[in-house]
Design a protein around this ligand. Sequence first.
Ligand SMILES: Cc1ncc(COP(=O)(O)O)c(C=O)c1O
Length: 499
Amino acid sequence: MTPVPTGPDGRPGSAAHTGDATGSGATTVTAVDGTAAWELLLPAASAPARTRGRALQAALREAVRSGRLAPGTRLPSSRDLAADLGVSRGLITEAYEQLTAEGYLRSGRGAGTWVGDAVRAARPRARDLAPRSGSDRAGFVPGTPDLSLFPRSAWGAAQRSVLAELPHEALGYPDPRGLPRLRTALAELLTRRRGVVADPERLVVVSGVAQATALLASVLHARGVRTAGVESPGSPQHDALYASAGVATVPLPLDDEGLALGPLHASGVRAVVTTPAHQFPTGIAYSARRRAALLDWARSVDGLVLEDDYDGDFRYDRAPVGALQGLDPERVAYTGSVSKSLAPGLRLGWLLVPEWLADDVVERKRTTDLGHPALDQALLARFVERGEYDRQLRLCQRAYRERRDVLVAALAEHFPGSRVSGIAAGLHAIATLPERYGPEERFLARVAEAGVAVRSLAQYGHGASGAEGAKRMVRLVLGYAHLTPGRIRAGVERMAKAV
Ligand SMILES: Cc1ncc(COP(=O)(O)O)c(C=O)c1O
């Protein structure tokens, strides 16, 4: 590292330049990643003469904004930098003056130009931007499909066709419910695949289950609802989304068949959020009896069930159980998205609402964002209409079933005696390890030290201590869909070695 000079106010800089503004032959100023300052500007220096000045300013601004040139770094003299870049000195002087006026740079009392620190606070730390998945640290954390299975070429082809065929009018503000073409395609798809009662008039295109939940929560709040039941253990998303609408969540325990009826009846709530196809995170599928009882409860309290069908498309050993909504569309609001089947980054989903809530939900959607992006909607419509979406589901289904089997086999080999449940469907499984691997806290600490990220079932609870012995028992929620078979085996082996 080159010595650290001080800035005009005596504060240390992070890179070195010993020249003054008049230029006296100097050591190289380096960016924080070791690149010479002039190298950062080289591409801009070779821009056409007409735009070179602006290009240099933009490159310098970006180097400061991104943090590559750290606050306090003294810049080369205009003469040196101009010579290094082979541009006129006037361009550099101009760039320094412009960026000083904007606050990116500051000039000293005597001579010299330094990187200012005005942008420091606005600059996110690299750590904050680090991807949360794809790295080794992601381990078995559930919630993400295999993003490498995204059908890029088919999606790209659909994009080109949609752009070519879309009439100009379709680029105006869309119907807040969504494009009629997509609502029709989704209604057909959901009726066929999930057994829902889907009227395109009652289907609202949303940016995912998250938005569907938030819309519904705020509509319920406007109607005076202040509490809603959630499954416990359950998705923290549900709590957060309801809380943001001013609705407090009441954790309701589960038994082997689904939401336990006694606590549900005793809770006094009239709205409840459920994941009946593959409960998140326990993986249980609600029994037929419990589904019927849940609907009886909803009718008896004149209430509403929100059915979050977050991974209902993936069922491995027998035909999928139809959605709860099909049994009583006036008591169930049904929501799902392409987050598990295509990619969560697309932010596309749907909400089927009972008639008595439809106008309020559509109005809320309109005031929230004036409708969902039209191009994305047209693209998904085409994808569904042409059978590409079904093809994608089949491809994922095959891949995820294989991964599930690999996970089960690896657990049997490396953690003999463990019980794996919740594997009939979905993208994650629950592994209950024999007591000798506990207590859970120690297990999790050791596995984390070994660099494998895992979640325990207890982390999805609502603070209740659970059954006796539960603390000693290790119960893991293992997401497997995003991992290749090789990484699943390696991850399980690494956990076993760590403990
Ligand atoms: C229980 C549950 N529902 C829904 C979702 C997906 O939400 P969205 O469709 O907004 O991506 C998730 C995300 O992982 C989830 O865990």
